[in-house]
Design a protein around this ligand. Structure first.
Ligand SMILES: Cc1cc2nc3c(=O)[nH]c(=O)nc-3n(C[C@H](O)[C@H](O)[C@H](O)COP(=O)(O)OP(=O)(O)OC[C@H]3O[C@@H](n4cnc5c(N)ncnc54)[C@H](O)[C@@H]3O)c2cc1C
Ligand code: SF4
Length: 329
């Protein structure tokens, strides 16, 4: 049996100091819904758990001002229920509502949600399967194996695992930033830069240094937009996205003045469909323009043996999401 230390600091500063002291063997624990899961599978084998649940400042939720502020410890269920998010930022509340189950959302934190790890079965179940993310240099069983759920954007020869979360996809469309605390103080990172492409090092998944933790997520973009998070999955609830689209639109005098489109379930990181966004500017939203934007969003997809269907499904998901958002404009 492996020895496991447990610490429960009450300030962010104390958590950083404990993280620094413990080094690579330490893991931050928020809701524990991913961390404990991965410990049971021997994917995560920490020597020290730093439970951040007693740090009150990380639970701040303030959506009243021009900047939406979410402490890293805010529970998914609380943010999903927030009246302003539901009314003015449905893309954010829908992404949370459509994730996991009510029990999990009651427990799971927003910071932990951003940092959840892939659901690739080879990664989770380990030996005898090769997995560069779990055992760097061992290969990738998914490339020649069951890859129906895998990525069609952002993959490499080393890894094609999808990023599984929903909230980060919605936040990406809203140009969110994350506040990061570490030994050197606080830094702020665009959410777009938090998750790293796998390249040759799929085991390195985020831009966080080992001694850092996420303290907050902010959306400094108060412009109201018609928005939605459209999630397609194998069953209607309690399932990860096969394909998802976060869409936010601003329509002025009948024409699209601003379009945001982000994609989930299809890429190794939350994915922005910039070409499709630019294509829509100045156009009227019709089923035809929406379908064309969907097609553009999936240009350049690199499919595998079992997941070519994601290209058409994804294009239709984006088109449907645009029309759903457009009806709210
Ligand atoms: C059956 C099931 C279905 C699910 N379905 C979905 C779904 O459809 N959509 C979806 O988006 N998610 C889904 N999830 C994932 C779930 O949302 C995550 O497990 C949860 O959000 C993680 O939050 P947590 O607070 O429990 O994180 P933890 O398990 O505590 O931590 C997760 C990871 O983040 C790190 N961490 C946590 N907080 C911080 C911080 N502040 N700073 C730095 N590191 C931190 C931990 O060290 C760990 O590596 C599902 C999970 C399960 C078990
Ligand atoms: S896709 Fe990535 S996580 Fe899955 S087996 Fe290959 S290397 Fe491992």
């Amino acid at each position: 049996m492996q020895k496991l230390d447990y610490a429960r600091p009450v300030t962010t500063g104390a958590a950083i100091a404990t993280l620094r002291e413990a080094g690579f063997g330490a893991r931050v624990m928020a809701g524990g819904t991913t961390l404990y899961d991965l410990m049971k599978l021997d994917v995560e084998t920490p020597q020290r758990i730093i439970d951040i649940n007693a740090i009150e400042e990380l639970s701040r939720l303030d959506t009243s001002g021009d900047t939406l502020e979410f402490g890293a410890l805010v529970r998914m269920a609380d943010a999903a229920e927030d009246p302003r998010l539901k009314a003015e930022f449905p893309i954010l509340s829908e992404a949370l509502w459509k994730a996991a189950s009510q029990q999990l959302r009651n427990m799971a934190s927003l910071g932990g949600n951003l940092l959840q790890r892939t659901r690739c079965a080879y990664f989770r179940h380990g030996e005898p399967f090769a997995c560069n993310k779990r055992n760097p240099g061992s290969g990738c069983a998914a490339l020649e194996g069951a890859n129906r759920n895998h990525a069609i954007f952002g993959g490499s020869e080393a890894c094609i695992a999808t990023y599984p979360g929903d909230f980060a996809v919605a936040l990406l469309a809203m140009d969110a930033v994350v506040d990061i605390e570490g030994p050197g103080g606080t830094r702020t990172l665009p959410l777009a830069d938090l998750h790293l492409l796998p390249g040759d090092t799929p085991d390195v998944e985020t831009a966080l240094d080992p001694g850092e933790l996420i303290s907050a997520i902010r959306v400094a973009d108060p412009v109201g937009r018609a928005s939605t998070y459209h999630k397609i999955r194998d069953r209607e609830s309690y399932a990860f996205a096969m394909v998802s689209a976060g869409v936010a639109l601003r329509i002025e005098e009948g024409r699209i003045a601003d379009a945001r489109i982000s994609l989930g379930g299809v890429a190794t990181t939350p994915w922005r469909a910039g070409d499709a966004e630019r294509h829509l500017l100045g156009l009227r939203l019709t089923p035809e323009t929406a379908a064309e934007a969907g097609r553009i969003a999936f240009e350049g997809a690199r499919t595998q043996t079992h997941n070519a269907f994601k290209t058409d499904l994804g294009a239709r998901t984006v088109a449907d999401a645009l029309m759903i958002a457009g009806e709210k404009a």
